[in-house]
Design a protein around this ligand. Structure first.
Ligand code: TNX
Length: 518
């Protein structure tokens, strides 16, 4: 039979099979991953999740056990399988095996190795964060249904064989959520944490205070929220997080290896605080609750000790609630603060932050002050400020507004957002390299990358999702994979395959025409 088959037909059949395999590999293997791993290859065969699958942890390490249970609980509703978690017992067939390898320090704090073959899945890491990221990668190797809630067909429960060794380029990979212009409930913030950690971001910067609202309870200064928390842009009732709610967000984020950085923006952007305690202002201006969107009209009084006494209370309480190493002091657009007052102010606030054990971050304007050794500057708009920061020895977080501002419109037809910095299409947000973007700011000066979402025009979770996706995965990849070896035409194919994942997550993303969504 075979012998009688014309050679040409045989060749065609072989070719077709090869193409089918290639497509299958691309669709389910490493060709689907965002961010792109450091080293990866697609193998032969697949691992199948079934009734015999177990999750095994090498030792009864608490955190590894927690991650194992987390993986089991992610898989259960969509597979209908109750995958048991055990300590490793030697029977390797059918297991998802999690190992903490104390000896392999080359994997660093966040790196991992993920090996999948027909018999088992093995994630090993030096630190638990690496196991978490290995699990995030594993999720992307499963079809899009993994991100949904509906039970799925048994035939699709396959994980393509792969070998991945992965480690992030930048230690700081974040997004900022402005909860001051519009207030967002705890559950929305938790969902935001879920979304960014899916793409291996590890920082949530919360912009907690601005002219329009003060969103964090300070027990020793109750009016900040009683008065200052009572409105928002557009005149709605605003809101604030109690300290218990904030601690809950911090805990939820930490379980997903996300560090919360609280920002108290000052000396400008402080109308809500000044209305709460009018003596914070030493100009003759009368302040009332503000629900507009103009900036740069308010300032704390830099000359009075009482200003710093309040800041001391705020920083002390906030630092005690924040396990992460940083506290952000804002410092942007202080247009009505005299330049010498501005410098005095930043110079006096930095030691308050370090006294409570935190490192200072500020927007690029703070480079005009004397920077303390561990102060980090967040570049958003001003290149000379940022170059000055580097000359003063500061590290830089790259948030160029023209690339990373998630509140910028995609194009002139976008129904939400602003466009003062640029229109930012999905390829614009991807096509840049932090290490070469700004003259005088090179790789060793850069701590990482952050994409801020300002919320003057963003009212609800649906709006957040529309502006953040599909741009955020690209910024996450810049932070994780770095500048080299990235290419938009290759990335857009991977991104296209995330369309169905985003849908499964219930995300209302902007369906950019520059991507052939799958
Ligand atoms: C500039 S970026 C601001 C924010 C606005 C944003 C709107 C920065 C440090 N300040 O106050 O919300 O533009 O895009």
């Amino acid at each position: 039979m075979l012998q009688s088959m014309p050679i040409r037909l045989l060749v065609t059949a072989a070719l077709l099979t090869a193409i089918a395999c290639k497509n299958r590999q691309d669709a389910h293997g490493v060709g689907v991953l965002i961010p792109k791993p450091m080293e990866s290859s697609t193998g032969i065969g697949a691992f199948r999740l079934d009734g015999n699958t177990t999750i095994q942890v090498d030792t009864s390490h608490d955190e590894a056990m927690r991650l194992a249970s987390h993986l089991s609980s992610v898989l259960e509703p969509v597979t209908g399988l109750k995958i048991p978690v055990t300590t490793a017992q030697g029977d390797s067939t059918g297991r998802i095996w999690l190992t903490l390898d104390a000896t392999d320090t080359s994997l660093g704090q966040e790196g991992y190795v993920l090996h999948v073959d027909e018999h088992q899945v093995h994630i090993s890491a030096h630190e638990p964060a690496g196991i978490f990221y290995g699990i995030q990668t594993l999720r992307q190797l499963l079809p899009a249904w993994i991100e949904g809630t509906a039970p799925t067909q048994i035939e699709t429960r396959e994980i393509q064989a792969v070998h991945i060794r992965d480690n992030p380029e930048y230690a700081y990979r974040g997004s900022m959520l402005d909860v001051a212009r519009h207030f967002f409930a705890v559950d929305d913030v938790k969902r935001y944490v879920d979304l960014i950690s899916t793409y291996k971001m590890n920082i949530l910067h919360l912009h907690l205070t601005d002219d329009q609202g003060w969103r964090i309870e300070i027990k020793s200064r109750p009016k900040l929220t009683e008065v200052g928390g009572s409105t928002q842009v557009g005149g709605g009732k605003g809101g604030f997080y109690t300290q218990e709610q904030y601690a809950d967000i911090v805990r939820y984020a930490a379980e997903r290896y996300v560090t919360v950085i609280p920002e108290v923006d000052m000396p400008g952007h402080t109308n809500a605080a000044i209305v709460s305690y009018p003596w914070l202002n030493c100009r003759d201006t009368v302040h009332t609750l503000y629900s507009g969107t103009e900036v740069g009209f308010s300032t704390f009084c830099a000359k009075n000790d009482s200003t710093y006494a309040l800041i001391d209370d705020v920083v002390r309480e906030l630092a005690a609630l924040t396990p992460g190493p940083w506290l952000h002091i804002g410092g942007d657009e202080s247009h009505v603060t005299l330049p010498e007052d501005y410098v005095t102010f930043v110079n006096r606030v930095q030691p308050i932050v370090t006294k409570y054990g935190k490192k200072v971050i500020g927007w690029d304007e703070i480079a005009n002050a004397d920077l303390q050794p561990n102060t980090t500057v967040q570049f958003w708009a001003d290149v000379p400020n940022t170059q000055m920061a580097v000359k003063k020895g500061a590290k830089v977080i790259m948030s160029p507004a023209r690339k990373t501002y998630l509140d910028m419109q995609y194009d002139s037809t976008t129904r939400l957002g602003l466009h003062w910095a640029a229109f930012i299409e999905v390829d614009d947000a991807y096509n840049w390299d932090p290490a070469s973007y700004t003259e005088g700011v090179s790789r060793q000066d850069i701590l990482g990358v952050e994409a801020p979402l300002w919320t003057e025009t963003i009212v609800k979770m649906d709006d957040i999702e529309y502006m953040v996706f599909p741009r955020l995965p690209g910024i996450a990849e810049i932070g994780w994979t770095g500048g080299a070896g990235r290419d938009w035409t290759e990335y857009r194919e991977r991104l296209a395959r995330h369309g169905s994942r985003l849908k499964a997550m219930g995300i209302d993303y902007y369906p950019s025409k520059r991507v052939n969504w799958k």
